[in-house]
Design a protein around this ligand. Structure first.
Ligand code: SF4
Ligand code: SF4
Length: 373
């Protein structure tokens, strides 16, 4: 890692642009150790042997949502968030992982999900649909742990939408965590084992395509798989991307809902995967909807505070970041839509905290509501 950290310092212009909008740095009032540049310096000191690797340094590395804002703001083109991920792996390899992160990882390894929830509860959402879901089809709907356990309505809406639009959709038998949190925690071997199992379970449905409402799961199948040498050959789409391809080509006239709607770009779907247009087009396609762009949007969207396992490390500040994100919602908006279950959870907590009169919905929920009216 030393070589890459040195290169970072060599090219760094000391401009501080990465610090200004770092969500974690903001909640720490700009304190350097909790800023992107501070993290680079800690890694540099450690690599040069000037700083002893300690759990305290690990905590600073994990006090980051991996939102990627610093990377897009850096005029030197330094991929900071990538460097922080690699720093996490280095520390993990020598056993330095914050307790909360070790605990989440243990839960995934033992129960198959970060919530330690029973596996049979994973399909409770099927009670919200009329018929038993199909188990074989050409498109596998991969729900992900947060959608399955925390957003059952979104699971039902996503499945029902795909089925209503004529997709040969199947759900994945015995779905468990794809391993993305293990990847973020730096447990690469364990991540690979989980992802391998996930790929096998998808293949058992007979599908050649994965569609998921979760950007983290999408990145695990699409990006991280290659990093650990799992080349599966499956096509991978986020739900909004797939619905955009399918439905925007042949719109359904029945989508109708009277509402003023804005959209929060999830960091992983936007900055990391570059999907900005499809969610907006889908929202705007609903008759009766008035779409109002959120302040700080697309590449410059502010983070919801929940990424990179930061919620587990520092829940109070993580929620503070979500509450700040609500300041970007334009006045008189009724629905705050998003396309990531973690963002939906974080923004819903923020709405509750502020007792704000706004509903947080996944785009799948919004579309399904518009179709069922
Ligand atoms: S990835 Fe986001 S949270 Fe982490 S240092 Fe960069 S801006 Fe801050
Ligand atoms: S934005 Fe890039 S160049 Fe500027 S201080 Fe941060 S790391 Fe250095």
């Amino acid at each position: 890692m030393l070589g890459s950290v040195k290169r970072y310092l060599e090219y760094c212009k000391r401009c501080g642009f990465c610090i200004v909008k770092c969500p974690v740095s903001q909640v720490f009032d700009g304190l350097e150790t909790f800023s992107p540049r501070g993290r680079v310096l800690l890694l540099y000191g450690m690599s040069m042997g000037e700083l002893k690797a300690t759990i305290s340094i690990a905590e600073k590395l994990f006090s980051c949502t991996l939102c990627g804002y610093c990377t897009i703001k850096c005029p030197a083109g330094l991929e900071l968030e990538e460097l922080f991920s690699s720093g996490r792996r280095t520390l993990n390899n020598i056993g330095l992982v914050p307790g909360e992160i070790a605990e989440i990882s243990r839960r995934i390894l033992e129960s198959g999900n970060p919530y330690n929830a029973p596996l049979e509860e994973r399909e409770f959402w099927t009670n919200y649909i009329e018929e038993a879901p199909r188990r074989r089809g050409s498109v596998a709907l991969w729900l992900g742990c947060t959608t399955a356990y925390r957003r059952m309505d979104t699971c039902a809406a996503a499945y029902s939408l795909l089925k209503t639009l004529g997709v040969d959709v199947a759900i994945v038998e015995d779905e468990r965590c794809c391993g993305a949190p293990l990847y973020y925690a730096g447990y690469l071997k364990e991540f690979k084992d989980f992802l391998k199992q996930a790929i096998m379970r998808v293949m058992n449905t007979g599908a050649d395509t994965i569609v998921t409402p979760c950007p983290s799961c999408m990145r695990a199948f699409k990006e991280y798989s290659a990093k650990v040498g799992l080349n599966h050959g499956l096509k991978v789409y986020h739900l909004v991307e797939y619905l955009g391809k399918l439905y925007l080509v042949k719109p359904i006239p029945r989508f109708e809902l009277e509402a003023r709607v804005t959209y929060h770009d999830p960091c992983e779907l936007g900055r990391h995967l570059g999907i900005y247009d499809e969610p907006r087009k889908l929202i705007e396609s609903v008759r009766g909807v008035r779409f109002i762009e959120m302040n700080a949007s697309r590449e410059l969207a502010n983070c919801c505070g929940g990424g990179g396992l930061y919620l587990a490390v520092d829940p109070d500040n993580s929620i503070k970041i979500a509450v700040r994100r609500l300041e970007d919602v334009p006045p008189n908006v009724e629905v705050l839509a998003t396309a990531c279950p973690s963002c939906e959870v974080m923004l819903s907590i923020a709405v509750e905290r502020l007792e704000a009169d706004i509903e947080v919905l996944d785009i799948a929920d919004l579309l399904w509501r518009a179709l069922s009216k």
